[in-house]
Design a protein around this ligand. Structure first.
Ligand code: SAM
Length: 293
């Protein structure tokens, strides 16, 4: 027996799929949801309506592929892992920084600094030579809040702070002009990779006045040397250019990258380097001077 399937507007007719039902769906599908059409037409489920819509779309050349999912961007808030407030190496490093700052003028000073919660560096400087002024920056919100609480509870500090910001050094300096700061105490205590561009930018734009200092504290990054996740990091790029048989250590990379920063930015010299180790992590303090003519 020969059966010829009847097709109406691309939909094979059978059971509830009558021309009237198909026309009703065509009429309503731009203004109603499929479950509403199903209810209107007396169906128990929206599925027959969906199926008919798919066939109509196919007939009209409409494809209903889902839009590709956008990748989720997870922005991680920076976390503060600094705990070494009172190590002997840290205190010696603070003193070396204080000695450099004390060699600069107090009048119209503006020292860009990262006090963390306790302001140990700034209190130390002010105790030895009062009168310096600071711009204090902290990127971690919780640390910033404690930092502010401790500042308002200390009158000497309170009088010495020109500005505070819950931002990164890069964000706070983005619109600053040449000679904005008398010195900068960049007591990062992190890897050079994270801060290389920020330091480079500060030196290129000469944000610190002539005769002022840029003190940088860094940890030696043995742990990430040559890490495949950081392929374009300064460290990896540096290692790629090293002689294959050289021993490349965190100390060497950190040192050499700071040397490169000073070498490529005219008018600066390293006047102090102090390696120390209070915890498991090896640290290096560099004090760079913007040369006075
Ligand atoms: C090592 S602690 C500062 C210690 C302090 N100067 C002292 O002598 O005790 C560094 C602080 O700076 C913050 N920090 C690190 N890098 C930063 C950046 N690029 N911008 C703003 N804050 C930063 C950290 O969250 C941390 O609280």
């Amino acid at each position: 027996m020969e059966t010829t399937e009847k097709i109406y507007k691309g939909v094979p007719l059978s059971g509830i799929r009558t021309p009237e039902i198909i026309d009703a769906i065509i009429e309503k599908r731009n203004s109603m949801k499929t479950n509403e059409i199903a209810e209107l037409l007396g169906f128990d489920s929206f599925r027959p309506v969906n199926a008919i819509c798919r066939l109509l779309n196919k007939e009209n050349g409409v494809t209903t592929t889902k839009a590709p999912k956008k990748p989720r961007i997870i922005v991680k808030d920076p976390k503060n892992v600094f705990k070494n407030y009172y190590g002997s190496g840290k205190e010696k490093a603070r003193q070396l920084i204080a000695d450099s700052i004390k060699a600069t003028k107090r009048q119209s000073s503006n020292i860009l600094t990262l006090p963390a919660e306790k302001w140990e560096m700034e209190k130390n400087i002010l105790k030895q030579k009062p009168g310096y002024k600071f711009t204090a920056v902290e990127r971690v919100k919780e640390t910033y809040q404690i930092m502010i609480k401790n500042m308002v509870n200390n009158q000497i500090l309170f009088d010495s702070v020109i500005a505070t910001a819950n931002k990164s050094i890069g964000e706070i300096t983005v619109n600053d002009g040449e000679d904005t700061y008398s010195s900068a105490i960049l007591d990062y205590c992190g890897f050079i990779d994270t801060f290389y561009d920020e330091i480079d930018d500060m030196m290129k734009r000469n944000l610190v006045k002539k005769g002022g200092y840029i003190a940088i504290t860094l940890s030696e990054n043995d742990r990430v040397i040559g890490h495949p996740n950081h392929i374009n990091s300064q460290t990896n790029q540096y290692i790629r250019n090293c002689y294959a048989h050289d021993e490349v250590t965190g100390a060497k990379v950190t040192n050499d990258l700071v040397n490169i920063l000073v070498h490529t930015n005219t008018g600066y010299e390293i006047v102090q380097r102090f390696p120390y180790k209070d915890t498991k992590v090896k640290m290096q303090l560099f004090i760079i001077k913007r040369i006075d003519d």
